[in-house]
Design a protein around this ligand. Structure first.
Ligand code: PLP
Length: 403
């Protein structure tokens, strides 16, 4: 009998070497502790559905009605008309003009993937924020693109450092990524910052990718300004969706609005549409929740924002009272990104905190923070008693390690 050939180890592609998603990677360690019977306090994942933020009933009804009404086959690749119309109407109300395309995707994640893939080649680069939300570096790594990050300035409410950003543009820079309100810092950018960014894009012929998934979760009086509304001449892709503003991340409903000069963006839009056709369509029945969401009542969100403000304030009280913790107050989304004065890496801090105090936060290096700085990202979605308990444990842990 002939010996069977030995099956060799199947290695993953080298381009994945730079793909990291610390938010979920750490959850693997937490799952192991849970299996051992430990109860983990999770301050790591931005999923409102895991806490006391139920989805608005009128959008649940719209999605289930769509299934009962038979919208269960493939949808058009860009999305269903009633949903695209609702997105257009809202974008125009927010002052976005020159809309050249709207498309619906499996969460904002897919919209970002398609939009970056259709634009950026292996010799190009895109300016991304540091700290960043790691979806961007994961997609750029997959595309074989070198990272080129600009600095968010902690000393200035985490707004982008405009001068440094301008200096980062090279002849191969095609795009600039902006997350507003920001994950992980909770910053909401001012009009003057947005105007300065638009000017950099205008001077260098860059496409702006503006991730506005947290657009409706602004905690203070400051308005949220879509950058597309102040730069109608520029190519801007604005991302949003139901995941955060409508509390249903598991539904995987996102979209993008491409605006700017029609002739300039035409070839790029055709490229995007080609990719969208190749992947058939987004989840069909869930798209019917979009008009219900955008036209429906938003009292559920007033309640969500009320809870988030109380929890943000509780976190800031803790940060002020806790030695070694410095925190810029988040103005949007549900994340805080405090800096720690500690003599070890934030990654080892976070792992020990999990192992010893059963509190799960994410280390700043998982968000490509500036080298030499040490941060943790805290999700402040949990109910006050859980949040307070978790924060007390972090304070106690700091005190025990560095009295
Ligand atoms: N963009 C940002 C800034 C995010 O924080 C997230 C999720 O946390 C996403 C995109 C992904 O959105 P979705 O769940 O709609 O794919």
């Amino acid at each position: 009998m002939r010996a069977m050939p030995q099956i060799r180890e199947i290695l993953a592609a080298r381009r994945l070497d730079h793909v990291h998603y610390a938010i979920r990677d750490l959850a693997v360690l937490a799952d192991e502790l849970t299996r051992q019977g430990k109860q983990i306090l999770p301050l790591n994942i931005g999923d409102p559905g895991a806490f006391d933020f139920p989805p608005p009933p009128h959008i649940v009804e719209a999605a289930s009605k769509a299934m009962r009404d038979g919208h269960n086959g493939y949808a058009p690749s860009l999305g269903v008309d009633v949903a695209l119309e609702a997105i257009r109407e809202e974008a125009e109300q927010k002052g976005i003009r020159n809309i050249q395309s709207i498309f619906i995707t499996e969460g904002v994640s897919e919209a970002v993937d398609v939009s970056l893939t259709a634009l950026i080649g292996p010799d190009d680069n895109a300016l991304t924020p540091s700290p960043e939300y790691p979806l961007y570096s994961a997609i750029l790594s997959k595309l074989g693109v070198q990272m080129n990050s600009y600095r968010l300035d902690e000393g200035c409410h985490w707004e982008p450092d405009i001068e440094q950003m301008a200096g980062k543009v090279t002849k191969n820079t095609r795009a600039l990524v902006l997350i507003n309100p920001d994950n992980p810092t909770g910053a909401v950018y001012s009009r003057s910052t947005l105007e300065a960014i638009a000017e950099i894009a205008r001077r260098n012929n860059l496409v702006i990718f503006s991730d506005e998934i947290y657009e409706k979760l602004v905690l203070d009086e400051q308005p949220h300004i879509p950058i597309a509304s102040i730069a109608p001449d520029l190519p801007v892709v604005t991302f949003s969706g139901l995941s955060k503003s409508y509390l249903v991340p598991g539904w995987r409903v996102g979209w993008a609005v491409v605006s700017g000069d029609a002739a300039a963006v035409k070839p790029y839009v055709e490229g995007i549409h080609k990719l969208l056709r190749a992947r058939l369509c987004a989840n069909h029945p869930m798209q019917y929740a979009i008009p219900a969401a955008l036209h429906g009542p938003d009292d559920f969100r007033h309640e969500a924002l009320r809870k988030l403000r109380v929890r943000r304030d509780l976190l800031m009280e803790w940060a002020k009272a806790t030695p070694r913790v410095h925190c810029v107050a988040p103005r949007g989304a549900f994340y805080a990104f405090p800096r720690l004065d500690i003599p070890e890496s934030d990654e080892s801090f976070v792992k020990s905190l999990l192992a010893e105090k059963y509190v799960l936060v994410v280390h700043g290096s998982g968000f490509d923070e500036l080298p030499g700085t040490r941060h943790i990202r805290i999700v402040f979605l949990p109910q006050e008693d859980i949040l307070q308990e978790a924060l007390d444990r972090i304070a106690a842990f700091l005190q025990e390690r560095w009295p």
